[in-house]
Design a protein around this ligand. Structure first.
Ligand code: AMP
Length: 141
């Protein structure tokens, strides 16, 4: 992506690096979940954040937390200054989820972001795995 600096007198674009860059990648399975086109077991929804149970859980409790609008966040490596607010909201949501004993969390959990092929990322829409319900081992495989 190129470094766009647009000044159209509205002040909307400001001089923020990459501000205004549109996400023209195809919709992901997670976009379809947010749109209600694919069913899920929803755990939390705010204006910007969506969380649902992973269909193939890797721990007794496994929740995915995603930005409702991908907005260029296909992976954490793609994040820039314009994403600071949504990244904070995702982390806050993850913390709220880990506190929820009704979901099966006991005393904490683990928040994981897989990035790209080396990280084992399959869905190109930023997501945090929130895992818990038992004592998790370290290091991961
Ligand atoms: P990653 O490998 O980090 O990209 O993680 C993608 C995750 O999405 C995997 O843990 C999958 O089990 C999960 N997943 C894929 N499709 C669905 C779905 N329809 N509902 C819930 N979780 C899903």
């Amino acid at each position: 992506m190129e470094n766009l600096i647009i000044d159209d007198d509205t002040g909307k674009w400001d001089l923020i690096w990459l501000a205004g860059v549109r996400d023209d990648q195809p919709a992901t399975i997670f976009d379809k979940i947010v749109a209600g086109e694919i069913p899920c077991s929803k755990v939390l929804e705010t204006e910007d954040v969506y969380a649902f149970k992973d269909i193939n859980p890797c721990a007794p409790t496994h929740v995915l937390v995603i930005p409702k609008k991908r907005d260029g966040l296909d992976k954490i490596r793609s994040a820039s200054q314009e994403h600071v607010e949504i990244l904070g909201k995702l982390l806050l949501a993850a913390g709220e989820i880990v506190r929820d004993k009704n979901l099966g969390f006991k005393d904490g959990g683990r928040i994981v972001i897989n990035d790209g092929p080396d990280g084992g990322q399959e869905v190109p829409h930023l997501h945090m795995h929130v895992l818990g319900g038992r004592s998790l081992t370290w290091p991961p495989g």
